[in-house]
Design a protein around this ligand. Structure first.
Ligand SMILES: Cc1cc2nc3c(=O)[nH]c(=O)nc-3n(C[C@H](O)[C@H](O)[C@H](O)COP(=O)(O)OP(=O)(O)OC[C@H]3O[C@@H](n4cnc5c(N)ncnc54)[C@H](O)[C@@H]3O)c2cc1C
Length: 396
C-alpha cells in the first residue's frame, strides 16, 4: 500500500472549502502531474481524506482533574512531523498509570496534576519543532543544479544545510528519547522532599524525568539476551532495578535491601497484594504487589550466578527478572559490566534505579549496607503515596 500526501493550493476566497469540494479524482490528477514524466495508476483507493494543516493546543488538559483531554483533542500539528499518534499514545500512557495508582489507593490525587504539566510541555515542544520543520518543507524545492551541488558537498557543508541540521537536532525528540519531564514529586530533583545523601550518586548518567538508558543483559533462568528496559510490561508498576554489582562485594547490602523492603512500613510492604497468599507460582511480575516489579542485575557472568545462593528470597521470587550484566557493548568497550557502566554505576557496588510505570526515571540511589537505600526510597515514595512510610514514622 502507498500513501500519498498531495497539497491542495489555498485560496483567499471565503467560500473556499476543499473539505467539501475536493475529490479523490482531482487529487489523483495532481499526483499524476507531479510525477510526470513517470506514470502512476491506481488499482483502487483504499482511503482518502482532506486534512487541513493546523497547529493548535488547548489551554487546559483537564477540568478539576476529573475530566482529561489527550491526543488530537488537545494538540494538533502538521503531518510533516509525524508525531500525532506517538504523542497521543504517550498522553494516554502518562495518564493511565496515574489514574490506576490513585484509584487503587496507592498514590495521592495530587499526582494527577502532573499529567497536564508533563504532557502539555511535550506538546509545546512538538509544536515549536513542527513549526520550524513545516516551514523548511514548504520552502521552494531545490533546482536540479542545486541537487547536483548538494551531492558534491563535503560532510561539513551537509551539516551546514538548515534542513539536515534541523532534522538531526530533532532526532532525539522525534524518536521519543528526547522527552524530558521537569522535576516534580515523581521526578526527583534537589528540590524534592527526599533529601537522603544516597540519592543521585556521583557518576550516575541517568536523568530523572527521562527514559532509562537502554541496556542488553542475559536473563539468568533461561540464558536469553534481553533488552532490560523492555523486560517489565506496561503493567502499572514502578520498576525497581537493583544493579547489584559484584555478589562478593554487595551480598550484605543486597541482604539489607531485601530485609528493609520486607519491613512493614516500607514503601514496598505497605502496598502488598490483598490476595498475596493465593498468587500463582507462575506470576512473574507482581507476585507481592501490584505497584512494583523488581529486577536484579549482577555485574557477573551468568554462569557465576546461583540464584538460591546469591539472591535474597524476596528478590529471588522475581526469578524471571534476575540478570547477568555480561554483554559487551561498543559504547563502553572497556567495561566489565556494560549495563552498570552505561548507567554510570560503580561496577562493583552497583546502585538502584526506580523507573516510573511509563518508563521514565524517577530516582537513582546508591546501594549500601544498612537501611539507607530503602530509607531513601521511602522518602521518595512518601512524597506521593497515601500511606506514611518508613521506620522513623513508625516510631512517632
Ligand atoms: C492524513 C494523516 C496522516 C497522519 N500521519 C501520522 C504519522 O505518520 N505519524 C503519527 O504519529 N501520526 C500521524 N497522524 C496523526 C494521528 O493519526 C493522530 O494524531 C492520532 O490518531 C490521534 O489519536 P487520538 O486518539 O487523539 O484521536 P483519533 O485517532 O482521532 O481518535 C478519536 C476517536 O474518537 C471518535 N469520536 C469522535 N467523536 C466521538 C463521539 N462524540 N462519540 C464517540 N466517539 C467519538 C472518533 O471516531 C475516533 O475514533 C496522521 C493524521 C492524518 C489525518
Amino acid at each position: 500500500m502507498v500513501r500519498l500526501y498531495i497539497q491542495i493550493a489555498s485560496s483567499t476566497d471565503p467560500d473556499w472549502s476543499p473539505r467539501r469540494t475536493a475529490t479523490a479524482e482531482e487529487v489523483q490528477a495532481s499526483a499524476k502531474k507531479i510525477l510526470h514524466p513517470y506514470l502512476i495508476e491506481w488499482e483502487r483507493v483504499e482511503w482518502y481524506s482532506v486534512y487541513p494543516i493546523g497547529q493548535g493546543i488547548s489551554d487546559k488538559y483537564t477540568i478539576d482533574h476529573r475530566v482529561f483531554l489527550g491526543g488530537d483533542a488537545c494538540h494538533t500539528h502538521s503531518p510533516k512531523a509525524g508525531q500525532g499518534m506517538n504523542t497521543a499514545f504517550l498522553d494516554a500512557l502518562n495518564l493511565a498509570w496515574k489514574i490506576h495508582a490513585v484509584e487503587a489507593g496507592f498514590a495521592d490525587r495530587a499526582i494527577l496534576t502532573t499529567y497536564e504539566s508533563e504532557r502539555k510541555d511535550v506538546a509545546e515542544t512538538l509544536l515549536s519543532f513542527d513549526n520550524k520543520y513545516a516551514k523548511l518543507f514548504s520552502q521552494r524545492p531545490p533546482a536540479a543544479k542545486e541537487v547536483q551541488a548538494a551531492s558534491e558537498q563535503t560532510n561539513a557543508q551537509v551539516e551546514d544545510n538548515e534542513f539536515v541540521k534541523t532534522f538531526k537536532e530533532s532526532c532525539e525528540f522525534t524518536s521519543g528519547y528526547g522527552v524530558a519531564y521537569k522535576p516534580n514529586a515523581l521526578n526527583w530533583s534537589p528540590a524534592h522532599a527526599a533529601k537522603s545523601s544516597l540519592i543521585n550518586p556521583q557518576g550516575s548518567k541517568l536523568r530523572t524525568g527521562r527514559i532509562m538508558i537502554n541496556a542488553d543483559v542475559t536473563r539468568v533462568v533461561d540464558a536469553n539476551v534481553v533488552h532490560l528496559e523492555q523486560e517489565v510490561p506496561l503493567n502499572g508498576s514502578f520498576r525497581i532495578y537493583v544493579f547489584a554489582g559484584v555478589p562478593a562485594v554487595t551480598s550484605r547490602a543486597l541482604e539489607d535491601f531485601a530485609l528493609r523492603l520486607g519491613n512493614k512500613r516500607s514503601f514496598y510492604s505497605s502496598y502488598l497484594r490483598p490476595d498475596i497468599d493465593s498468587v500463582s507460582h507462575h506470576e512473574k511480575h507482581n507476585p507481592h504487589s501490584l505497584f512494583f516489579t523488581i529486577c536484579t542485575v549482577f555485574a557477573a557472568q551468568r554462569s557465576q550466578i546461583e540464584i538460591a545462593r546469591d539472591v535474597p528470597s524476596l528478590l529471588a521470587r522475581y526469578r524471571d527478572h534476575i540478570y547477568a550484566d555480561d554483554r559487551w557493548d561498543r559504547r563502553v568497550p572497556d567495561a566489565r559490566a556494560a549495563a552498570h557502566a552505561k548507567m554510570g554505576f560503580d561496577q562493583e557496588r552497583g546502585g538502584v534505579v526506580v523507573v516510573r510505570p511509563d518508563g521514565y526515571v524517577g530516582i537513582v540511589t546508591s546501594l549500601v549496607e544498612g537501611s539507607g537505600t530503602v530509607d531513601a526510597l521511602n522518602e521518595y515514595f512518601g512524597a506521593f503515596c497515601t500511606n506514611k512510610l518508613g521506620e522513623k514514622m513508625a516510631q512517632l
